[in-house]
Design a protein around this ligand. Structure first.
Ligand code: NAD
Ligand code: GLY
Length: 376
């Protein structure tokens, strides 16, 4: 199967995720929302669909999708969920299950997620569990969702004990990323997505990182060509990792670069002060400094990583008031910890990271004490 099929069709790019019988296409382009119904025709779906969205997503996107679905013979049931992380819960999933039962959705009827990562994660969780699994389609409308959360099959809800800890690996049948939908996002959400875009450059692609250094302003100014390129390259990088390690037994952990500290920052600030990308940005900057501290990454490269994050309008320092012990407590509870060993994804150089396990805890304490002192 080809790696990246960069074919120009309606200015559209297609990235294939090759997972044998779970393979699927990611369609990326401008103004392609209305193509969904016709793309769905190649699947042997039932004629009903559950379209999951939230009231903050501009209504015009839902209207375009519904028209496209109706034209192709699908009856659309709309499942509106509350906006934001607080609604990514089992309680919301239950409301969607009820709706699906009431409307008679059967095993061949797809669930479609229209929205950001929150919508995609919960709609995917419902698709994975309703009747032990029904088809799933992702229509991501935030940059973060287009470059990361809609690809790779992680679906989840939150639990009072932790974020994303109830979930599954459940691949969609297709992903449709219409980059024109990004035009209505607040710039803060674009920046949040840029954190995951930068992550892809650091973990896997030096040339893409260089391209980002040159184009970071265009991206923040919503330049459509630049955004479409960033989405396509990010999806290709993520797809190649997921193909090698779908269920995170090894390589996939590199996608967690910046996430160990990022998740701790989100949790310790009550998921209020930072959105996901901002927390990941802090996590990547901390990981770069930790890597220098451990003699893995040259300081020059760390400076470049941190400068790019800063240039993307993202934070690079831990917030005031966090205690190193609090951070360590979060790291130890992190679901990526195995055998109680602290694990960090650290850059070796731009374009390459390694998963470092089981490093002396006292070293971390010393490092995080220094990090906290630097910001006070
Ligand atoms: P989000 O879904 O909350 O969306 C951000 C905000 O933008 C919301 O208010 C949303 O309603 C709004 N919005 C969405 N599309 C819009 C548009 N086109 N125009 C205007 N407003 C729009 O947040 P997010 O950053 O997209 O996703 C974060 C979530 O993704 C977190 O729950 C995180 O855990 C999850 N995530 C999952 C994965 C994965 O692999 N499954 C990866 C990364 C993040
Ligand atoms: N966002 C990390 C992953 O999909 O594995």
């Amino acid at each position: 199967m080809p790696l990246l099929v960069g074919r120009e069709y309606n200015l559209m790019k297609t990235v294939m995720v090759d997972l044998e019988e779970r393979s699927y296409r990611i369609y990326i382009g401008r103004g392609i929302l209305g193509n969904l119904g016709s793309y769905m025709k190649e699947f042997n779906y039932g004629n009903k669909t559950l379209l999951v969205s939230n009231p903050k997503i501009p209504g015009k996107y839902g209207l375009i999708l519904k028209e496209s679905l109706a034209q192709n013979g699908f009856e659309v049931i709309t499942g509106e969920i509350g906006d934001g992380e607080a609604h990514k819960t089992l309680a919301t999933a239950e409301i969607l299950y009820d709706l699906a039962f009431t409307c008679g959705l059967d095993r061949r009827c797809p669930v479609i997620a229209l929205g950001g990562g929150v919508t995609g994660d919960i709609a995917g969780f419902v698709a994975a569990t309703y009747l032990r699994g029904v088809p799933f389609i992702q229509v991501p409308t935030t940059l973060l969702a287009q470059v990361d959360s809609s690809v790779g099959g992680k679906v989840a809800v939150n639990h009072p004990r932790g974020k994303n800890i109830i979930g599954a690996f459940y691949q969609p049948d297709l992903v449709l990323a219409d980059t024109d939908t990004l035009a209505t996002l607040p710039v803060r959400e674009i920046r949040s997505g840029l954190a995951e875009v930068i992550k892809h450059g650091v973990i896997a692609d030096y040339q893409f990182f260089e391209w980002l250094e040159e184009n970071i302003e265009q991206l923040q100014n919503f330049d459509p060509e630049a955004l479409a390129h960033a989405v396509a390259v990010s999806c290709r990088i993520k797809a190649r990792v997921v193909e090698k390690d779908e269920t995170e037994h090894g390589l996939r952990a590199i996608l967690n670069f910046g996430h160990t500290v990022g998740h701790a920052v989100e949790a310790l600030t009550g998921y209020l002060a930072f959105n996901h990308g901002e927390a990941v940005a802090i996590g990547m900057a901390v990981a770069a400094r930790l890597s220098v501290n451990m003699g893995i990454l040259p300081e020059k490269e760390s400076t470049r990583i941190i400068n790019l994050i800063r240039k993307a309008g993202l934070p690079v320092d831990l917030p005031e008031g966090l205690l190193p012990e609090g951070l360590l407590g979060c790291f130890q509870r992190d679901k990526k910890v195995s055998g109680g060993r602290l694990t960090f994804v650290l850059p070796e150089r731009i374009g390459r990271v390694s998963v470092v396990r089981g490093i002396d805890k006292s070293k971390y304490v010393e490092f995080f004490n220094k990090e906290m002192q630097n910001i006070i």
